[in-house]
Design a protein around this ligand. Structure first.
Ligand code: NAI
Ligand code: MG
Length: 394
């Protein structure tokens, strides 16, 4: 049988460090594939004026599954200054290649599990009723709509006439009518019923398959009545198919306030793009932060798996590297689950859990050290040592 082909895009900075570590863990666990390298990121922007090369898009279209490390994004002026002189003033405009991938392949479902590993010294601790410390068992999985809403990109400063006139048909626009056009910035929040429906369906299906008792819609329908309202409507409809699972709804602001009060009460959470981004970072902070935060971007046909952290330029060139490979490894494990390789996935996840519980091998973040080469002398494991420990625990 020919081996499965998987596109690997290390990208920039520590993406080049953590992605090969994840492949090492996958192979050690017995998962074999042909890894098809593809370029993405800043280097491609500088050299080609496009951080998401067409060749990469073609490879993903062909093979349907990809692992992604991280990319570097820089503001408009830096992007213009760093592009190769031959490409300057030729109309190239920088855009985030990961957002580009989500749009190109309609990766509309983002899954971000925030599940505490027992023994992780970075787990959230709060004061209990008796005054002592208690560690709630956080086990939340965030389903974030990944393509629409406030990140849909339909926005203007100084909107064109047609847009202004259309807005002016809304009675509430009266408050903005006298504002000079160039002082008017507008970002739209477009939700579609089909995408609301799909994210809710995926959330409930996941809850049912993984034994979660509740799905919480985290939006703000009392104020953002149309878009948040549509998400809640669709959740209620999908709930009809899963009467055994409870449907709760919370407002994003209140949810952030409750985050540290009772995080253990939440199971699957579903939200639009921006609130999903916020709530998933919030929960990730309770279970170890960027060194642990894994994610999946899932479309109808294609899946792209990535840690939520970025390229961490300040640690990119450290040799040996000190960054924690666990977020990348757990992202690769999500890929295995998606591919149906659930046994291998469980094996690696258990190995990660064992290393964390054992506590002998901990990266600098887990030792609460300042990052830098000195961290190793202070007892931090290197990136490679962490992966070695995971492999040894398989
Ligand atoms: P970052 O996530 O790259 O790093 C922030 C800090 O988090 C690091 O300095 C480090 O202290 C810690 N950290 C990150 N990954 C870690 C790991 N695996 N283990 C231990 N600690 C880790 O975010 P930052 O510094 O804001 O952005 C750097 C670059 O990355 C920017 O160009 C930004 O645009 C880009 N970025 C890319 C993302 C992506 O590729 N999906 C996501 C976030 C930022
Ligand atoms: Mg984010």
């Amino acid at each position: 049988m020919s081996k499965r082909k998987i596109v690997v895009m290390p990208g920039d900075g520590i993406g080049n460090v953590v992605l090969p570590e994840a492949l090492r863990a996958l192979e050690a666990a017995g998962f074999e594939a042909d890894w098809i390298s593809a370029g993405i990121g800043w280097e491609h922007w500088v050299a080609e004026g496009n951080p998401l090369p067409e060749k990469t898009v073609e490879l993903i279209a062909e093979h349907k599954v990809a692992l992604f490390g991280a990319i570097t994004s820089k503001p408009k002026d830096k992007a213009a200054a760093e592009i190769s002189p031959a490409l300057r003033d030729k109309g190239h405009v920088y855009f985030s290649p990961i957002v580009g991938l989500r749009q190109r392949f309609d990766l509309d479902v983002s899954i971000r599990p925030c599940i505490a590993f027992p023994g992780n010294p970075l787990n959230f601790i709060r004061r209990g009723a008796d005054g002592g410390a208690e560690e709630p068992r956080v086990n939340a999985v965030i389903f974030r709509q990944n393509t629409e809403g406030l990140y849909g990109g339909v926005e203007w400063t100084n909107p064109p006439d047609q847009v202004w006139e259309a807005l002016d048909t809304h009675p509430k626009f009266a408050a903005f009518r006298e504002v000079p056009r160039e002082d008017l910035a507008i970002s739209t929040r477009i939700f579609t019923r089909a995408k609301c429906r799909r994210i809710c369906e995926q959330a409930f299906a996941y809850a049912a398959a993984h034994g979660y008792g509740s799905v919480t819609v985290c939006e703000k329908p009392n104020v953002i009545r149309e878009t948040s309202g549509m998400m809640l409507d669709e959740a209620r409809k999908v709930h009809g198919v899963y009467p055994q699972i409870q449907l709760w709804d919370t407002n994003i602001d209140a949810q952030m306030m409750w985050l540290t009060k009772n995080p253990e009460d939440y199971g699957v959470i579903v939200a639009g793009n921006m609130f999903g981004d916020i709530i998933s970072d919030g929960f990730a902070g309770l279970v170890g932060g960027l060194g642990f935060a894994a994610s999946a971007n899932i479309g109808q046909e294609v899946g792209v798996f990535e840690p939520t952290h970025g390229s961490a330029p300040k640690y990119a060139d450290l040799d040996p590297s000190i960054v924690n490979p666990i977020a990348m490894v757990l992202s690769a494990v999500m890929m295995l689950d998606w591919l149906g390789e659930t046994e291998t996935a469980a094996k690696i996840r258990d190995a990660v859990a064992a290393v964390i519980a054992d506590g002998t091998v901990r990266c600098y973040d887990m030792r609460k050290l300042r990052g830098g080469p000195q961290a190793i002398d202070q007892g931090a494991a290197t990136t490679t040592q962490m992966t070695d420990a995971i492999i040894a625990a398989l």
